[in-house]
Write a protein that binds this ligand. Structure first.
Ligand SMILES: Nc1ncnc2c1ncn2[C@@H]1O[C@H](COP(=O)(O)OP(=O)(O)OP(=O)(O)O)[C@@H](O)[C@H]1O
Ligand SMILES: [Mg+2]
Length: 448
């Protein structure tokens, strides 16, 4: 399939012949009707309200564990679909807790809080992968509709389980090994070359939990320190990268799946900074291969909801799988403005077993640039920066997360659509840099 900028990428339905019927969706909801989790039929029958008032139980409630920006943007999509997104948030000022009227305050590591958040909801899903597996198993046993199911989610929670499974499936992954003591890392580095990569098996994000020691001494220090903190580690060969890509798909319980075009992700300090959709100059062969790999993985692992497959494109033109995320992902933010159906809406459709939306891009190129907190927050308020940005660049689509500015923290993102990759990327990055630093990188001064 062609991924060229002028060719819209169609919805890829793994099983076009199996678009779920309303009855199918109803059955899926009714499966869990025993424990205060209402089916659609019950919602329609059990209403005591007058036809003129709105019955909140007429539309589904989805619980999202985690109150970060992904939950906040999922809430935005839920509003448009007439649904309610309940969030389990640690703090009332978390990005999603600020905007949802239905917040359960508590920790994702507390089963009581998870249970409370699940009561009466039609599906329970996640804005991160850190809920302990035993809590997920308990929720499922109690009849909660956990999506993605824990058996699939484990491959996004534990990098060692994920690497082992992908290797078993014959998929290309970097050389890897478990690390139980410093000697394991040193032997791995000696065999596979220095620098090597050490990763926390669980709990890492935005490059926190990734180290690249250059020597046996450095590796020994990291392993000793992390093991003492109770962090389980994995060793990986450092891959010679041409660039990084992400293949995003969504899949419903019914088995319908849809793919967005494969994108290029640009990382700075181990953290995603820019996404270019579709990935420029990606051969048809690699694009189709990456898309098929993601669709097949979603099906094979039984994923429900959005899934990003982070990929390495090696300097010799091969694709290796880095990691899986089974939730909306930074590499899909471009689609909020750049695709007919964005990832947040698609994730909701998928976890509720609705038919999935059209993923066609709305422009030949969309570039997403993250607004990352500057080392020193600028004196100019963020609101004033936004005024100046809008004055200079009316086409920039801005998404702010309601987060305080801290160095390198993701506080928002900007999408710019257009025809030419270089032009669009320069605009998006200039806009994001302005929002982070209150400095125009091209020296522009509105008062000159
Ligand atoms: N084996 C490797 N070889 C080369 N670079 C790597 C390797 N593993 C990780 N990296 C670099 O470090 C980044 C972060 O690694 P990884 O995606 O495993 O961590 P993470 O913190 O879970 O990421 P995320 O921000 O996606 O949550 C990658 O995007 C890549 O730039
Ligand atoms: Mg990653």
């Amino acid at each position: 399939m062609t991924q060229g900028p002028s060719v819209p990428v169609p919805v890829i339905a793994a099983r076009h012949d199996k678009i779920p019927s309303h009855e199918g969706a109803q059955r899926a909801n009714n499966r869990h009707s025993t424990l205060g989790v209402f089916g659609r039929a019950e919602r329609q029958r059990g209403s005591a309200v007058t036809p003129r008032s709105f019955d909140p139980s007429a539309m589904p409630t989805v619980t999202m564990v985690g109150g970060g920006q992904l939950a906040r943007m999922t809430h935005q999509a839920a509003i448009a679909l007439g649904q309610r997104l309940r969030v389990l948030a640690e703090n009332p000022d978390d990005p999603a807790a600020q905007v949802s009227p239905d917040v359960v305050l508590g920790s994702h590591t507390d089963l009581t809080a998870l249970r409370k958040a699940a009561v009466g909801s039609h599906a329970l899903t996640f804005d991160h992968e850190h809920v302990p597996a035993e809590h997920l198993a308990a929720l499922v046993a109690e009849g909660v509709n956990v999506q993605p199911p824990p058996e699939a989610l484990i491959y996004a929670q534990d990098k060692l389980v994920m690497r082992t499974k992908l290797a078993e499936l014959g998929l290309p992954v970097p050389a890897f090994a478990a690390v139980a003591e410093p000697g394991d890392a040193v032997r791995f580095g000696d065999a596979n070359g220095w620098p090597m990569v050490l990763k926390a098996v669980r709990g890492g994000y935005d490059g926190r939990g990734v180290w690249m020691p250059e020597s046996a001494a450095a590796a020994t220090e990291i392993v000793t320190d992390q093991l003492a903190r109770g962090v389980q580690l994995l060793a990986e060969a450092k891959v010679p990268l041409r660039r990084e890509l992400s293949a995003m798909v969504a899949r419903s319980p019914y088995g319908q799946a849809a793919a967005w075009p494969v994108v290029e992700t640009v990382q700075r300090n181990g953290q995603c900074a820019v996404v270019i959709a579709p990935a420029p100059d990606l051969s048809d062969e690699l694009a189709t291969g990456a898309e098929a790999l993601a669709l097949n993985l979603a099906e094979g692992l039984g994923v429900v909801g959005a899934m990003a497959v982070e990929l390495f494109e090696t300097t010799d033109g091969r694709l290796l799988v880095n990691e899986l995320a089974m939730r909306p992902h930074n590499s899909g933010h471009w689609g909020m403005d750049g695709a007919r159906t964005g990832q947040f809406e698609q994730h909701l459709r998928a976890v509720l077993d609705y038919p999935l939306g059209d993923t066609t891009p709305l422009a030949p190129v969309t570039v997403m640039a993250n607004i990352l907190g500057a080392q020193q927050a600028p004196a100019m308020s963020i609101d004033e920066r936004l005024h100046h940005l809008f004055a200079r660049m009316p086409e920039a689509k801005v998404h702010l997360y309601g987060k305080g500015e801290r160095p390198d923290r993701k506080i928002g993102h900007i999408n710019v659509l257009g025809d030419d990759v270089a032009v669009v990327r320069e605009k998006a990055e200039r806009a994001a840099h302005w929002m982070s630093h209150a400095v125009w990188t091209d020296g522009w001064d509105p008062h000159d």
